[in-house]
Design a protein around this ligand. Structure first.
Ligand code: GLY
Length: 386
């Protein structure tokens, strides 16, 4: 509780300093259709803010994919094309079991994917949820944005829309993910364990993973902490245009039809071309309740730096549990943000991932090479004392 009080003070201080500058943020924006007469909030014109453009950032699992997006930005390509190209690499990767092909399935062993996109320059959005059999759902969300007058299509309607648009159907469950799902089934139900009367009887984990200790430990971790992995990617080009996408297989072992934050515009992703963009990975339910993506972009609109805006959003999540670290320690949540000046940041609820020796990180490519940077943590230890 003490720590929460301190954080609350920190957050309130940020809000206070932002309010002090609010007068400067109110301005006329001539030349924007429909707003000639109107008074709107504008991002501060602080181009000397220390940012770098072009820049592309993502959750840590996008490290190996950011080159693809940066190549498009350097060639003068579109920011959403860059972000979608980067996450497509991860959606196609069977070794990332939190996104696309090879994602961990729902409780019935079926992979269901969610994704969203936002295009800053044209101020448009697209999203899909609970999609089966279609691997590249970020591109599918972009297709919803480009080829329909809808913003969100879900379930079998989204799958049928994908087929109509020429996407290929395939089984998204890899052997790796199927075995971890079977291990989860066996762990949670005696019925899914081999009978002890079998002459070949072995402990079910030993049987499933051929006694491979590393694979067993990996599966145990996924069962103990059902992942909400996901990739969020945000891109800013040399002109200061911003777009983003978030794509995921969602919470492992979820009830079929469960939708997380990734496809929810304003939660798992939000972009305002006048300001910047923000997105998240981690437990979507907690983010949806604070509309994290939108909250962060609105903070940045008032001049708050990306990392501080991400921490502010995490403060709201902590507030929902009165700072109770025991409850908060049951999940993880990360936010990432960029502003149109090319300043960027990432923050995490906890200093480390559940895989405790690993610090919480995010990936950045600023034109030289892709690298990992540390997230600013809201709390130090998972469920422990700071
Ligand atoms: N953040 C991904 C999910 O909760 O589904």
């Amino acid at each position: 509780m003490q720590l929460w009080t301190r954080r609350k003070f920190f957050v309130n201080s940020l809000a206070g300093s932002a309010l002090a500058g609010a007068g400067q943020l109110l301005g006329k924006t001539p030349g924007i259709a429909g707003s000639e007469e109107g008074t709107i909030f504008r991002a501060p014109a602080n181009t000397a803010a220390g940012g770098v453009r072009p820049v592309i950032i993502s959750s840590a699992n996008g490290l190996h994919a950011l080159d693809k997006g940066m190549d498009i930005l350097k060639a003068g390509g579109d920011t959403l094309d860059a972000a979608v190209a980067a996450v497509t690499v991860v959606e196609d990767d069977p070794n990332d079991d939190s996104v696309g092909y090879g994602g961990l399935p729902n409780e019935e062993g079926v992979v269901e994917l969610d994704a969203s996109v936002m295009h800053g320059p044209t101020r448009r959005a697209g999203s899909v949820a609970s999609v089966q059999k279609i691997k590249n759902v970020a591109r599918l969300a972009k297709t919803v944005m480009e080829r329909t007058n809808h913003v969100m299509i879900v379930g079998d309607g989204a799958r049928r829309f994908a087929v109509a648009e020429g996407f290929e159907e395939q089984n998204l469950l890899t052997e790796h993910s199927r075995k971890i799902w079977l291990a989860w089934k066996a762990k949670t139900s005696f019925n899914w364990r081999p009978g002890i009367d079998s002459p070949e009887w072995k402990d079910y984990m030993t049987e499933l993973f051929d006694g491979d200790a590393e694979k067993i430990a990996y599966a145990e971790e996924k069962i103990a902490h059902p992942p909400t992995g996901t990739i969020n990617c945000l891109a800013v080009n040399a002109k200061g245009e911003v777009s983003g996408t978030t794509t995921t297989s969602g919470l492992s072992w979820k009830i079929p039809g469960r939708v997380g934050d990734s496809p929810i515009i304003g939660a798992g992703l939000y972009v305002d071309g006048d300001v910047g963009g923000a997105g998240s990975t981690g437990k979507g339910e907690e983010n949806i309740k604070i509309a994290g993506g939108h909250t962060i972009v609105e903070m940045m609109r008032k001049g708050i730096k990306p990392t501080d805006a991400c921490l502010e959003a995490l403060g709201r999540v902590a507030r929902n549990y009165n700072g109770d670290k025991k409850k908060l320690g049951t999940f993880h949540l990360f936010f990432y943000a960029v502003n149109k000046d090319g300043e960027y940041g990432g923050a995490s609820l906890w200093k480390n991932t559940y895989d405790r020796p690993k610090p919480a990180q995010f990936a950045v490519h600023d034109g030289t090479e892709a690298r990992l940077e540390l997230c600013k943590p809201f709390f130090d230890e998972i469920g422990g004392d700071e």
